[in-house]
Design a protein around this ligand. Sequence first.
Ligand SMILES: [Zn+2]
Length: 299
Amino acid sequence: MATWYIWSMDDVGAGGSDMVDATRRFCRFLESLGARATLFVVPKAGGQPMSPEWIDALRELRDSGHDLQLHGLTHADCYEFGPPNWPATAIMPAFIEEFERRKEELLPRYTVENLRVRMEEGIVIMQDALDVHPTAFRAPCGAMCKAMFTALRQVGIGYESAMYISGTGYEHLPHRSGVIAQRWENNIPHTPFRWYSDVVEVPILNEYTWRGAWQREQEFIALAKEDVSRIAQESTVAVLLTHTHGVGDNIDYAFRLVGTVVEHVRANGLGDFATMGELIASGEMDRAVRGTGADILPL
Ligand SMILES: [Zn+2]
């Protein structure tokens, strides 16, 4: 069994020139290894139109074979499509208190109608500005609710990728355990799985380039190799996560990490790299689906 590995990058479209630069350099580096990125784009970051600089960069990357998918609409906070979810709550425990404090304002957001309108606006921006029609969605900060899946189905998006198999990539943060060692969750399947409204959830394996990870380089590189080896035993599709700001935090570390993982996957015959859009279009994603997810979302 060979596995398709996906390098995904979040928060593309948000931030200034430094984030555009991090995205472009990350993509060019993957190209040099014969791989492409799946970029989760925020179409109207902070409620503002996408800058000409981002539009130019994303058109250029699209033309080089990188995959552009939808990452919310504004991503103005971490509750755009649902209440806070793990591991965002482990990265930032204050999300839980903030959500409680703003509950009356936030809960009415989570109707199928409201969430569908937000998705539709994002899809139109991606079509008009980038000439791309997204086939996958990633909820900002992994914050999701059941109505979100109904809305995805209604706008014709059948794939979502925001649940995590492992959150050990954040254990280096000051308020966490400090232990960088493999630990996987078993509350969801480790393969793509059918979930609410028949949408396929494509779980994220882990993230190794969150801000500050470079200070524990050897441990994170070892963890990444262990994770990608193990997932090859369990799934034919595996999603690796990065963020623009995490990669930009120390791009030379990000290159070493990515380069090592690519080499490890190929040298050990674990599989190869593809984009989420390619796997959806070819039917590989559907063939990777195993089982149905349990009803675990609170809302
Ligand atoms: Zn995000």
